[in-house]
Design a protein around this ligand. Structure first.
Ligand SMILES: [Zn+2]
Ligand SMILES: [Zn+2]
Length: 238
């Protein structure tokens, strides 16, 4: 699907093998694959999970996250492909859930407390303070952390929810849209790319002035509607 005028196509949920243990795709392979599929860029959202490292090692791990991002940029920049820094944080409090962070800078990652050790409310407040947008990844996975009861308690501590293109999550896309409308949340769409067999083309359209993570956060905070694509399906949300 072509991007609307003045917009570009990005996949804002991508994992690379240098940091995310569950990914088999190198940063170079991801850029090649995504370019061949017609994307203009990605947000590299590698995992920050409690079973990866203990809290005292947070900054050391974040250096690895940044080095991987720089390696991807070094390969992608000469090709005109955009790479934005991001992160996916797994929290267990108050419920087990995964959070995509849009708008993180190298400084943010290096100066932050151990992010996976925070509660959802603490992470949200920290993100807000630093201009970072927090979106729940695949909200209906893990037994549905976003079920009604949870939402009534926790929607105050998130900016948005994601339509995730992993097959078992994608089938919930309409429920994600309904939930976003009901609670006035942002909606993003990403593939959760981990390997070359993830060929589904989904993602988010963003303005063509979005080059950095901070640009993306600025756009997501200011826009009243997001525009997403699922193969040839185009949606303007909410
Ligand atoms: Zn993963
Ligand atoms: Zn992910």
């Amino acid at each position: 699907m072509e991007a609307p005028k003045g917009m570009i196509k990005i996949d804002p949920h991508v994992h690379s093998s240098g940091v995310s243990k569950c990914s088999s795709a190198t940063v170079q392979a991801i850029v090649d694959m995504k370019m061949s599929q017609g994307y203009d860029g990605v947000v590299l959202t590698n995992h920050c999970q409690p079973w990866y490292y203990e809290p005292p090692f947070h900054t050391i791990f974040m250096r690895k996250v940044i080095a991987e991002y720089k390696e991807m940029q070094a390969y992608a920049n000469p090709l005109g492909f955009r790479v934005l820094l991001g992160l996916e944080v797994t929290l267990s409090k108050p419920v087990f859930a995964d959070w995509l962070l849009y708008g993180v800078t190298e400084e943010f990652l290096l100066q932050s407390p151990c992010l996976h050790a925070l509660t959802q409310e603490e992470l949200f407040n920290y993100c807000k303070e630093h201009g970072v947008v927090m979106v729940q990844a695949h909200p209906f996975r893990h037994g549905g952390a976003l079920k009604e009861r949870m939402l009534n308690t926790y929607t105050d501590f998130m900016h948005g929810i994601e339509i995730n293109c992993t097959p078992c999550d994608l089938e919930n896309w309409e429920a994600v849209v309904e939930t976003a409308k009901k609670y006035a949340l942002l909606t993003t769409c990403g593939t959760d790319y981990h390997s070359a067999d993830r060929t589904f083309r989904g993602g988010t359209f963003v303005p063509d002035w979005v080059f950095t993570a901070e640009d993306l956060a600025k756009y997501l905070k200011e826009t009243s509607q997001t525009e997403i694509f699922l193969e040839e399906k185009y949606l303007k949300l909410p």
